[in-house]
Structure formats: structure tokens, C-alpha cells
Design a protein around this ligand. Structure first.
Ligand code: DLL
Length: 439
């Protein structure tokens, strides 16, 4: 196992905190002096850069929200003149304006180093062939992974997402050993491969570096079994930089957050109160090593918890648990709150179920979606079986959801390969009003 930046990744906590404080103080002065939005939001709270004396003072700073990015679109949160920007990426922006992420040349280099560090952390070595099936273009997944892979010195195949048949041909012909893609896309590749007669277990593929959408531990098992690989979790977001904010190591005990670049807090999403390590809540990130668009206390809406214990791999930085979901994806069924990934987790324990599902909700009232319908594909063969088997499967799913999650949901079993597949991020929740028959 290689630790790419041991001087940072294994830094004892006191030294790490010293470095963080210095970088935090610099960042706060920098944004206060260069950016009217941050200047005003700190003034509103009566905070001056000199008030940041210890790491605890982070909690004095104002939050930044996705809405702030929207209102300051496109360059209102940027801290450098346009002449210093060398790259601009953006989020997909399916609702309203996208988030714009400008980078200086140094930012691009820092990002590439963090992705290189992440790839090494996953166990990628220069002898590997890495096929990058994250979308190239404005999305940070494609170019983010690409630059990091080049920096760490592994051969990278810029396949981008989609064109699955060609993707599989390249995988076989080039002897790809590492695939980088969303977990849901890895299953699309598996299905297409099966149709082409490709036996993944006898292929060169050994590792998947997957993220950009929530996925459960059971989904990991499913992917690992189907593709015959180890699948590790990578996290990141456009507002902060892109992929490479945190990465799992082969110990699979949470994602190492690169704390020399990002300071993290967990807050109660309703009150904004900072929660202690171990408690679940919304992840808040402050960048402390960026030039073009540093961000103070960004509310990610991602729900996770932090683990401070040193990992068996020797890295000392705090880890975050797998993300359960986004606070705005939480569904409430008669008072019980659930995330799609919890439903996924239950579905995948039942034999005869495929890892393809959709959750149909009525969102007329944000606080009471009392009818929930889950559409899930059954395995090949079962559909053509007797009705009694299908009924038994449906009953089993119903009772599992009821006993594990405490929710009652209408289950609709559908034939294999009938639910829509998306090549980028999977869309798990569908509002009933979006269904074709209701449009
Ligand atoms: O998805 C960056 C990325 C690219 C991450 C490739 C990993 C791999 P955005 O499009 O801005 O950026 O979406 C960020 O995706 O706030 C989470 O809700 C979700 N997300 C990202 N990684 C994970 C993960 C990229 N490993 C949003 N697990 C984030 C769960 C994830 N959710």
C-alpha cells in the first residue's frame, strides 16, 4: 500500500490542527478582503478575520448555501480576476442555474494532486490501466479524475460515460484494471456485458472507484459480486472542487477526508448546531487551500457522520461514513423518515430482486408524502414463474420494509430491464406528477 503524501496523510493530529488553523485564518482574511459577498455576510454576524483565533472559531463564521451560489451566479463568489482563472467547470444544474466552479492554475494542480492521492489511497498503481467512465465536459467527474490519474502516473483511458458497447470492447482489448464510474453505471456495464457474453470474473478488471451518487453497503456487495472487483467509494462536489474531497481505502471503514485542504463539521440540519464526532447530520465543508473560489462553511445537504479514530492503513485524517442521502431527498412516510439508500439496502437483501428500483412519491405536501410506491425489477426467470412466487416475493419485500424501516409502501414488481437506466447519476426518486401518465 502506497501513501502518496505521508507528510500530510499521516500527520499527527496536533500538527494537522496547527496547519489547519494557519490555512483557515489565511482563507478567512483572503475572502473577507477580496469578495463582497463574504465581506457582507461576515459583517452581518459582526465577525472580523482577527476573531478566528482557534479551530473552534470556525463555528462563528457564516454558512454558505447552494442558494448563495445561485444568487451570486456566475462569478459572485469568485475571489480572483478573470485573467487568473484557468478552468471553469459546473454542476449539471437540472433545477435552475448550475453551480459555477472556477479554478486558477494552482487550484487545478492542487485538485489533481488530491485525486492522485485518492487513487493511491484506493490502491491504484502505475502499472494499472484506468478507464475513466465519468462524463467528460462540465461535470467535474471526467476531467477531475483524468488529471489526477495522469498526475499519479497511471495510464488513463478517457472513455467518458455511455457508449457502453465500445466501453466494454476497450475494457477487454486494453486490459483495463480499474474502472471509475457511478455505481449505477457499473451495473449498466454489467448488463450490457452479459448480453455480449463477457465474463467479468475472467476479465482484467479488479477495482472500481465509484461515487457521485449515494449507494448502500448492499449495493457495494452486489456490484462486487457481479463484476468480480473491489468497489471503493469516492466523494466530492462541484462547489468544493469535484471528486477527491474524500476517499475510501481498501479497509472499507469510511472515507478519508483530506483535512489539510478541507475542514469538516457535522451540523443538525434543522438548527445549524454543530454536533460531536459520531453523530449523524449534515456535512459542512470549508476549503482552506483554494485560490479562485474558496468556500466558507458550505452546507452540502449530505447526511453522514465523522470518525476521528486512526485507520488501520495509518492515515490520521478524520473519516466520514458512507452518505445515507441528501437532506432534500429524505422521504417521510406517515411520520417515518427514510432515505432511498435505506430502501435500497432492504431491497437488496431479498433474493430474486435486481439492483434497479425507483421510488414514486407524492410531494404535494413537503412534510407528508403518505403514499409511497416502490418499483423494483425481479430477476430473470421469476417473472415467467408461477404467480404464487411473485406474490410471495412481494409479501416478503413488504414485510422486510415494514420490519426494518417501519414503513408501509406499495411494491410493484416489474420485469427485468424495464426501468429507465441513466448513464450519469441515477434518479431514484420520482415525483408522481412527473410520470408520463400524469403529465
Ligand atoms: O458528483 C463530484 C464527483 C464526481 C464525486 C465523481 C465523485 C465521483 P456534483 O455533481 O456537484 O459533484 O454532485 C455532488 O453528489 O453533494 C452528493 O450529494 C453526491 N455525491 C458525490 N459523491 C458521493 C458519494 C460530483 N460517494 C453531490 N456518495 C454531493 C454519495 C455522493 N453521494
Amino acid at each position: 500500500m502506497v501513501i502518496r503524501n505521508p507528510e500530510y496523510e499521516t500527520l499527527p493530529r496536533p500538527q494537522l490542527e496547527e496547519l489547519q488553523l494557519k490555512r483557515l485564518q489565511e482563507t478567512v482574511s483572503y475572502v473577507y478582503n477580496r469578495n463582497p459577498f463574504y465581506h457582507q455576510s461576515m459583517d452581518k454576524l459582526g465577525i472580523k478575520p482577527a476573531d478566528i483565533k482557534t479551530l473552534k472559531d470556525l463555528a462563528l463564521l457564516p454558512f454558505t448555501s447552494k442558494e448563495d451560489f445561485r444568487q451570486n451566479y456566475p462569478f459572485g463568489l469568485c475571489c480572483v480576476p478573470k485573467t487568473e482563472i484557468s478552468r471553469i467547470q459546473s454542476s449539471s444544474g437540472t433545477t435552475g442555474k448550475p453551480v459555477i466552479a472556477p479554478y486558477t492554475a494552482k487550484d487545478v494542480d492542487t485538485w489533481a494532486e488530491l485525486v492522485a492521492r485518492s487513487l493511491s489511497c484506493a490502491g491504484v498503481v502505475p502499472e494499472d490501466i484506468l478507464q475513466n467512465a465519468y462524463g467528460y465536459g462540465l461535470f467535474t467527474g471526467g476531467l477531475g479524475i483524468h488529471y489526477g490519474a495522469e498526475k499519479m502516473g497511471v495510464a488513463v483511458v478517457p472513455a467518458s460515460t455511455g457508449n457502453t458497447k465500445r466501453q466494454l470492447m476497450l475494457l477487454q482489448d486494453l486490459g483495463t484494471t480499474v474502472i471509475t464510474c457511478t455505481p449505477s453505471y457499473s451495473l449498466i456495464m454489467y448488463e450490457a456485458g452479459k448480453e455480449m457474453g463477457l465474463d467479468f470474473h475472467n476479465s482484467s478488471l479488479k477495482l472500481g472507484i465509484m461515487g457521485a451518487e449515494p449507494w448502500s453497503e448492499n449495493m457495494r456487495r452486489e456490484i462486487e459480486a457481479k463484476l468480480g472487483i473491489t468497489a471503493l467509494n469516492i466523494y466530492g462536489l462541484t462547489e468544493i472542487t469535484g471528486p477527491g474531497v474524500a476517499m475510501e481505502c481498501p479497509q472499507k471503514c469510511g472515507l478519508h477526508i483530506w483535512e489539510d485542504n478541507f475542514m469538516v463539521e457535522i451540523i443538525n440540519p434543522e438548527t445549524g448546531e454543530v454536533l460531536p464526532y459520531g453523530q449523524k447530520g449534515e456535512l459542512v465543508i470549508t476549503t482552506i487551500n483554494k485560490q479562485a473560489q474558496p468556500v466558507l462553511r458550505f452546507r452540502t445537504k449530505d447526511i453522514t457522520s465523522l470518525m476521528p479514530e486512526k485507520c488501520g492503513c495509518g492515515r490520521t485524517m478524520v473519516r466520514m461514513s458512507q452518505i445515507t442521502g441528501r437532506s432534500d431527498d429524505m422521504i417521510r412516510v406517515r411520520g417515518v423518515s427514510v432515505f432511498p439508500s435505506q430502501i435500497e439496502s432492504v431491497l437488496l437483501t431479498v433474493e430474486g430482486i435486481e439492483p434497479h428500483y425507483q421510488i414514486i412519491v407524492d410531494r404535494h405536501n413537503a412534510f407528508a408524502s403518505d403514499e409511497l410506491e416502490i418499483w423494483v425489477e425481479v430477476s430473470e426467470g421469476i417473472f415467467s414463474d408461477e404467480m404464487s412466487r411473485l406474490n410471495a416475493l412481494q409479501k416478503k419485500l413488504q414485510s422486510e420494509l415494514d420490519s426494518v424501516l417501519g414503513i408501509r409502501a406499495k411494491i410493484k414488481l416489474v420485469e427485468p430491464r424495464t426501468l429507465a437506466r441513466t448513464e450519469g447519476k441515477a434518479k431514484r426518486i420520482i415525483d408522481r406528477s412527473e410520470l408520463p401518465e400524469n403529465r
